[in-house]
Design a protein around this ligand. Structure first.
Ligand SMILES: NC(=O)c1ccc[n+]([C@@H]2O[C@H](COP(=O)([O-])OP(=O)(O)OC[C@H]3O[C@@H](n4cnc5c(N)ncnc54)[C@H](O)[C@@H]3O)[C@@H](O)[C@H]2O)c1
Length: 368
């Protein structure tokens, strides 16, 4: 199965690979007009069996492959990681017609895409997402970035992978946490765009958890199509695309508040789940929609607050930091942070948060 889409008259693809090894990737790369040099960036935590086969297959295509192993995870989403890639591209004399293929979660994808866009002002970029967050969300839409000065994605641009490979083989091997933590981004698409996604998550939990590929590829496809619907005419996030930030004003504030601690104690997708609850609560308290979302998160054993984190002993400091970080929201245009209001299931709109007391109440009553 292939999803074809266009951005500014340029064609892009998402290829679902349901065979055991990597022939679809092999086929796509064999046809590509390039200088036959490929930098393969691989997340260290990926299953070694998969990476061994991928490396072999790529060589079989007649490509000269340079391997760069990197550590994903948010603590490494920084300039050191970015320049490690760029230094390798320079050292091995890659050209604009060389390929960078990244294989990893959202962090590896975001940093690799940024490096591809910067090196010689842009080289060929392909991606194999390997966490559920990356598969249903970050692999698509072209957002690249690194965190700098403790501001999430403070440096970044837009650069799209020409082809994204969703691999059955990868999905089967994803550890449970990296699998489940992508579910909130799927729920988000259900809430803001396509209620069918919510129905599928409610009625076919076992298929989802058992990684039934027929079921999952349908779920992934619907989520990706939702994302395409929001960004294809608004790549630079002027209006419509902002809706995809549902849950993210609070999620990013929570993630940034773990500065200096192990910020990886909460996955991005897990923070988005809590963030969506906050953003519903801010407007309507513990309403029907709030409870529906909470039940769905509970159903998939996803966190709906931070009470499960034993390391939180300085709660008051953390609350203060989250409140402060809300005002670093990148969507703000005046002094007020912006937030996505879920009007109904399938309908959302952009709003401002003007009530600081309500923000504090939301932090107290939802996050802790
Ligand atoms: N560009 C976008 O549109 C977009 C959208 C959503 C999230 N993001 C970014 O993505 C990041 C979060 O993504 P993530 O949750 O994938 O985080 P991640 O890339 O940090 O991966 C989480 C952990 O899983 C490991 N990992 C990755 N694939 C694995 C596999 N198959 N097997 C075993 N371990 C594996 C990583 O090493 C890491 O420790 C955040 O930085 C966020 O800003 C970007």
């Amino acid at each position: 199965m292939i999803i074809n889409y266009k951005i500014n008259k340029q064609n892009y693809k998402i290829t679902f690979c349901n065979n055991k090894e990597s022939p679809d990737i092999y086929k796509a790369l064999s046809k590509l007009y390039c200088d036959k040099k490929l930098l393969l960036i691989i997340d260290n935590r990926l299953n070694k069996r998969f990476t061994k086969f991928l490396f072999k297959d790529l060589k079989k295509c007649g490509l000269k492959v340079t391997l760069l192993r990197v550590s994903g995870s948010k603590i490494n989403k920084n300039k050191k990681f970015l320049f490690k890639i760029i230094d390798k591209l320079i050292e091995k004399k890659f050209t604009k017609k060389s390929v960078l293929l990244s294989c990893g979660g959202g962090v590896v994808g975001d940093v690799s895409a940024l490096a591809s866009s910067l090196y010689l002002r842009g080289m060929i970029y392909y991606h194999i997402p390997t966490t559920m967050t990356a598969i249903v969300d970050s692999c698509l839409g072209g957002k690249t970035g690194i965190n700098y000065k403790n501001i999430i994605n403070s440096i970044g641009n837009y650069y799209h992978s020409q082809n994204v490979f969703i691999s059955k083989n990868v999905i089967e091997l994803i550890p449970n946490r990296e699998f489940l933590s992508g579910i909130p981004e799927v729920i988000k698409c259900g809430l803001i765009h396509n209620h069918k996604i919510l129905q599928m998550l409610k009625s076919d939990k076992e298929k989802c958890l058992n990684r039934d590929y027929t079921f999952l590829s349908k779920l992934i496809k619907l989520s990706l199509l939702s994302k395409i619907n929001f960004f294809k005419e608004d790549v630079f996030e002027q209006l419509k695309r902002l809706n995809l930030n549902f849950g993210h004003t609070f999620a990013h504030a929570i993630e940034m508040s773990f500065k200096g601690k192990n910020i990886d104690i909460l996955r991005h997708g897990e923070a988005v789940g809590i963030g969506m609850l906050c953003e519903i609560y801010y407007f309507e308290g513990k309403s029907k929609k709030f409870l529906m979302l909470k039940n769905l998160l509970d159903y998939y054993k996803l966190p709906s607050n931070l009470s499960h984190l034993k390391i939180i002993n300085k709660k008051e400091n953390l609350k203060r930091d989250i409140f402060k970080n809300i005002f670093l929201d990148k969507k703000r245009i005046g002094k007020n942070p912006r937030i996505i209001k879920l009007v109904n299931i399938g309908k959302s709109k952009i709003a401002e948060m003007k009530n600081n007391t309500k923000i504090k109440e939301t932090i107290n009553n939802v996050i802790f």
